[in-house]
Design a protein. Structure first.
Length: 447
C-alpha cells in the first residue's frame, strides 16, 4: 500500500553519498576515451592536460553547487534549486526536461551499452542486447524499491569492484609500463589532428553525473555538511582515478598504438598486461562499473519524479508522490522511469536522445551556478551554509566552463540544441494546465 504522507528517511551517510558520486560518474567512459582524447589533442601530454582541465572545471562546478545544496538540501536536486532561486516555472522546466527525456534516455543509453558488452563477452547474438539491457534495469529498479540502504550498499560494493580494474591499470603502468608514450604525438599517422577545446569538452562529459547525488538531498544525514563533502571528495577522487588510468595506458602503449586501436586500446592493454584470464577479469570489472553507474542513476532519477509530483508539477501527482509505507521509497516514480526507459530502448536511439538533452541540461547548470550570486545577495552577501572556496572566482570558472559546453553544442549540434528547446517548450502548456488542474490542491513539502 502507498501513502503520500510517509516521508523519505534521512539514512544515507558520507560513504553512501560518496559511493553514489563516484559510482555514477565512473561508467565506461574512462576505459574507452583515451584514444579519442589523444586524437583530438595530437599528443599524450596535451591529452593528460585535457583530462586535468576537464576535471578542474568539474570540481569548480561541484564547489559552486555545494554552496547551493547546503542551503537547499531537499529531494530533487537541480529541480529544487531552480524552483527556490528562479521560481516555480523555471523549476518545472528543468525538471520536465529531466523526467520526460533525459533520465530515461541516459539510463537506456548506458543499459544498451552494457547489453552490447555482455553479448560480446559471452558470444551471444545481437538480438539479446535489448533483453539484457531491460532485464538489468528491472533488477536494479527492484533493488531500489527496497529501503534506500540497499541501493546505497550496492553502490558501495560496485564502486569498490570498479576500482579494482582501475587500480590494476594504474599499478601496471606505474611499475611495469615499458612504452613511455609521454611526449609522443600522433600527427605522423593522423594528419588532421583535432583541437584541444573539443578534447576538453569530451572529458567534461566523462566527468558528468556527479550532480545526481543532489537528488537524494532529502535522504542524506546532515546534508548541509555531508552533501558538499561527498561532492567535493567524490569529484577529486574521480579526477585522480581518470588521470591514473590515462597515465597507466600511456605508460604501457605507444601513442601510435593507442591511436590505431581506438576504443579497443584498454581491452588490448588488459590482454597484454594480464593475459587472457586477467583481461577477462578487467572486462568483468568494466561491466560491473557500468552496472554501478546504472544503480546510481536508477536510485537518484526517481527522486525528481517524486519531488515534482509532490509540488503538483506532474499528472497523477498523488500517485507519483506516494512512498511505500514499509520501504519509504518512491516505488511508483521508480516504476515510471523503468517503463519509460524500457520503451525507449525498444523504440528509439537512446544515445542520440541523451545527446539532444545536453544543450538544455547544461544551460540549466549555468543558471544554477549564477544562482550562487543570487542567494548570496539575498543573504546579505554572505553564504548561509557551505561557502565556495575561492568565491567569486570559482563560480565564474564554473559558469565559463559550462558555457563552453553550451556554445560548443550550438556549433557542433545545432539541430540537437534546437530540438532540446522544442522539448522544453512542449512542457509550457502542461505547466499551465497543471496549475489550473491542481489549483485547490496543496503540494507536499519534501525534504
Amino acid at each position: 500500500m502507498q501513502e503520500s504522507h510517509v516521508e523519505l528517511k534521512r539514512s544515507l551517510g558520507l560513504w553512501s553519498a560518496l559511493a553514489i558520486v563516484i559510482g555514477t560518474v565512473i561508467g565506461s567512459g574512462i576505459f574507452f576515451k583515451q584514444a579519442s582524447v589523444l586524437q583530438m589533442t595530437g599528443s599524450t601530454n596535451l591529452a593528460m592536460l585535457a583530462w586535468l582541465l576537464g576535471g578542474l572545471i568539474t570540481l569548480a562546478d561541484g564547489l559552486t553547487l555545494s554552496e547551493i545544496g547546503s542551503q537547499i538540501p531537499h529531494t530533487g536536486g537541480l529541480y529544487q534549486y531552480m524552483t527556490h532561486i528562479y521560481g516555480e516555472f523555471w523549476g518545472f522546466m528543468s525538471g520536465w526536461m529531466q523526467v520526460i527525456v533525459y533520465a530515461p534516455a541516459i539510463v537506456g543509453s548506458i543499459a544498451g551499452y552494457l547489453g552490447l558488452l555482455v553479448t560480446n563477452f559471452f558470444g551471444l547474438g545481437a538480438v539479446w542486447k535489448a533483453p539484457i539491457a531491460i532485464g538489468t534495469i528491472i533488477l536494479i529498479a527492484m533493488l531500489n524499491m527496497l529501503e534506500n540502504r540497499y541501493g546505497a550498499a550496492f553502490a558501495i560494493v560496485t564502486t569498490i569492484c570498479k576500482l579494482l580494474p582501475i587500480a590494476a591499470i594504474v599499478i601496471f603502468g606505474l611499475f611495469f609500463g615499458r612504452e613511455t608514450g609521454f611526449g609522443e604525438t600522433v600527427t605522423s599517422i593522423h594528419q588532421s589532428v583535432g583541437n584541444f577545446g573539443v578534447a576538453v569538452l569530451g572529458t567534461i562529459f566523462a566527468y558528468d553525473g556527479w550532480i545526481l547525488v543532489t537528488n537524494l538531498g532529502g535522504e542524506i544525514k546532515r546534508p548541509e555538511k555531508l552533501l558538499p563533502l561527498a561532492i567535493i571528495l567524490g569529484i577529486t577522487i574521480v579526477i585522480v582515478l581518470y588521470l591514473g588510468v590515462t597515465f597507466g595506458i600511456f605508460r604501457s602503449l605507444s601513442a601510435a598504438k593507442i591511436n590505431e586501436l581506438g576504443q579497443n586500446a584498454t581491452a588490448y592493454f588488459a590482454l597484454n598486461a594480464f593475459g587472457a584470464f586477467g583481461g577477462r577479469l578487467v572486462n568483468i570489472g568494466i561491466m560491473i562499473s557500468i552496472i554501478g553507474a546504472l544503480n546510481g542513476k536508477m536510485m537518484s532519477f526517481p527522486r525528481i519524479y517524486y519531488a515534482m509530483a509532490a509540488k503538483r508539477h506532474l499528472p497523477f501527482a498523488k500517485q507519483i508522490s506516494s512512498l511505500n509505507r514499509h520501504t519509504q521509497t518512491p516505488v511508483v516514480a521508480t516504476t515510471i522511469l523503468l517503463a519509460l526507459t524500457s520503451l525507449m530502448i525498444l523504440t528509439v536511439d537512446t544515445d542520440r536522445l541523451s545527446e539532444l538533452c545536453i544543450f538544455a541540461m547544461y544551460s540549466f547548470y549555468i543558471a544554477a551556478f549564477v544562482g550562487v550570486f543570487i542567494l548570496r545577495r539575498r543573504n546579505g552577501g554572505k553564504p548561509a551554509g557551505f561557502s565556495t572556496p575561492g568565491y567569486p572566482v570559482v563560480p565564474i570558472i564554473a559558469i565559463i566552463g559550462t558555457s563552453f559546453v553550451v556554445i560548443s553544442e550550438l556549433f557542433f549540434d545545432f539541430v540537437g540544441a534546437a530540438t532540446s528547446l522544442v522539448i522544453i517548450g512542449l512542457g509550457i502548456p502542461l505547466y499551465y494546465w497543471l496549475k489550473r488542474h491542481y489549483k485547490n490542491d496543496d503540494s507536499i513539502d519534501v525534504m
